[in-house]
Design a protein around this ligand. Structure first.
Ligand SMILES: Nc1ncnc2c1ncn2[C@@H]1O[C@H](COP(=O)(O)OP(=O)(O)OP(=O)(O)O)[C@@H](O)[C@H]1O
Ligand SMILES: [Mg+2]
Length: 371
């Protein structure tokens, strides 16, 4: 028992801890079967769903036959709606008994306890078929209540950890936005100024043009970063932001692509693109980037999201190029369908310098129509 309880404070993951607890409960009480279910946070009285479910005593083949974890309709639901220990000589004759799914082994003797801390019920821990056909004893009950207490602490611990890491990400966002604004933009701005100063020192037109080009690029970068800051702050306020979603998807796809896509925004992206259209664009971008990863063998990928007279999402790669004879697969067909549904168009073509350009274009008023 101590072993199972101590496991909680080790760095094992939640499932491993719960498994130990179930195993200890089965072993210490002499039960043939034991199981532990942790309720999903979204569970309600009527619809119980388990976020975690670990069991002991059933072999793989039987588990495969029975299928998914229990729905918590019969006696398991009772343990949650009326959270107290329950010892039964024959669970099949209990008025709340719901019956077993096909292929389920016979079970009669039963000991079940809720997993809870104070008033909050996290799930249940239950045992069946004590060895020798005997009933579970009050001592068994005491021991299982203790283990259920340990399980409750483990679950609460895991949820707190999760919450803390979410908070850390939020605080990170704020810090990143501040750093970008206070340090990065200022530095880029200063660099641009000194470059402009240098341009005045030269009579060479070509050098002057090159410097001006660099200054323009810095201006673009500053605009992009401002946009990112704006998006981070919007995200902070709990607002949906396409900009953040695009950046996050680009980051998420980087390992698959083997490179970091460059992302560019143009125009009032977050102000114009609503949540619904945002979802369409993100789904499209996911397919386009997946295609680059699967077919292009590219060494650079650019994503442009522009809001002007209309809205366009363009993915450009420098890969092997698109063969117009290639039969469109589901991906391309869906992109055409999606574009049409939004009153726009989708096109794939060869890039000017090789590679592929894929572009989805929808009218600005598709926004309201789709929202
Ligand atoms: N970025 C790209 N570079 C080169 N070829 C591409 C690119 N994108 C698409 N293709 C070509 O176009 C074809 C059709 O793409 P599409 O997304 O419709 O199908 P798919 O990716 O093969 O399969 P799926 O239906 O799973 O998306 C691809 O099989 C590929 O030959
Ligand atoms: Mg595809």
């Amino acid at each position: 028992m101590l072993d199972a309880v101590v496991a909680i404070s080790s760095d094992l993951n939640l499932e491993a801890v719960l498994r130990r607890i179930v195993r200890a409960a089965a072993k210490l009480s002499g039960a043939r079967y034991a199981a532990l279910g942790v309720l999903a946070p979204s569970s309600t009285e009527g619809g119980i769903q388990f976020a975690e479910f670990v069991s002991e005593g059933l072999d793989q083949a039987t588990m495969a036959r029975i299928g998914q974890c229990p729905h918590g309709r019969g006696i398991l639901g009772l343990l949650i709606s009326e959270p107290q220990a329950l010892r039964l000589h024959d669970l099949t004759v209990h008025p709340r008994s719901y019956g077993f799914p096909g292929g389920h082994p016979a079970m009669r003797t039963f000991l079940g306890v809720p997993i809870r801390i104070r008033e909050q019920v996290f799930g249940n821990l239950y045992l069946t078929e004590k060895e020798g056909g005997r009933d579970f004893s009050p001592r068994d009950e005491e021991m299982v209540v203790g283990l259920a207490g340990a399980a409750a602490v483990a679950v609460e611990n895991a949820r707190l950890h999760q919450r803390v890491s979410e908070l850390a990400v939020l605080q990170d966002r704020e810090r990143i936005a501040r750093d970008l604004h206070d340090t990065v933009i200022q530095r880029l701005f200063a660099t641009g100024m000194s470059l402009q100063g240098m341009a005045r020192l030269t009579d060479d037109v070509q050098v002057g043009d090159r410097i001006q080009g660099a200054v323009d690029e810095l201006d673009d970068t500053i605009r992009d970063i401002r946009g990112v800051i704006f998006a981070l702050q919007a995200h902070e306020r709990g607002e949906q932001s396409v900009r953040v979603a695009v950046l996050m998807l680009a980051g998420e796809m980087a390992p698959t692509l083997g490179l970091e896509p460059r992302v560019h925004f143009d125009g009032p992206v977050d102000a114009v693109i609503g949540a619904k259209l945002g979802e369409h664009l993100i789904a499209s971008l996911r397919e386009l980037l997946t295609n680059v990863a699967r077919h292009a063998r590219a060494s650079a990928v650019d994503v442009h999201l522009r809001v002007g007279a209309d809205i366009s999402l363009t993915v450009t790669d420098d890969g092997v190029g698109f063969e117009p004879r290639d039969a469109p697969g589901h991906g391309v067909r869906n992109l055409h369908r999606r574009a049409r549904a939004l009153g726009g168009t989708f096109a794939v073509s060869a890039g000017k310098h090789g590679g592929t350009v894929a572009s989805l274009r929808v009218p600005r008023d598709a926004v309201e129509a789709s929202d």
